[in-house]
Design a protein. Structure first.
Length: 132
């Protein structure tokens, strides 16, 4: 229902995330509340990318040999190795990225579990926001 969607999204946008990630979360919330579910899948990829970029930018000086141009798969692996993401959340991040790429490059209607993908994205973003 719209009320359930509204409650879920309020908890998300009010979480402790960096400014750029919050911008994408606000866009995501508008799409989600308007039931533009396929568009949400694409935006979740953007939320993940912004969140990863922010945590890597914030910690780049602590990461000898890390490259700002690393692929998302490399960043997810490194975030897992550094303890920024749990094993479970790293798998979620890979899934969100994969689904988002499929939606962007192949078929925007491919993902059926829209809420599950949203929940996974939020779990990952929350963990990354705690990374210091």
């Amino acid at each position: 229902s719209a009320a359930d969607r509204d409650l879920a999204i309020r908890q998300i946008v009010n979480g402790a995330v960096a400014p750029q990630t919050r911008k994408y979360l606000k866009l995501l919330s508008r799409c989600y509340l308007s039931q533009y579910d396929h568009e949400c899948v694409i935006l979740r990829r953007s939320v993940l990318e912004a969140s990863m970029k922010e945590v890597f930018d914030r910690n780049m000086d602590k990461l000898p040999g890390a490259r700002a141009s690393a692929t998302m798969s490399e960043k997810i692996r490194l975030a897992r190795e550094l303890g920024w993401l749990s094993r479970r959340s790293a798998k979620m991040a890979e899934s969100v990225w994969f689904r988002g790429n499929k939606a962007v490059h192949e078929d925007p209607e491919l993902v059926r579990d829209v809420f599950g993908t949203l929940a996974s994205t939020l779990t990952v973003v929350t963990e990354l926001a705690r990374a210091r």
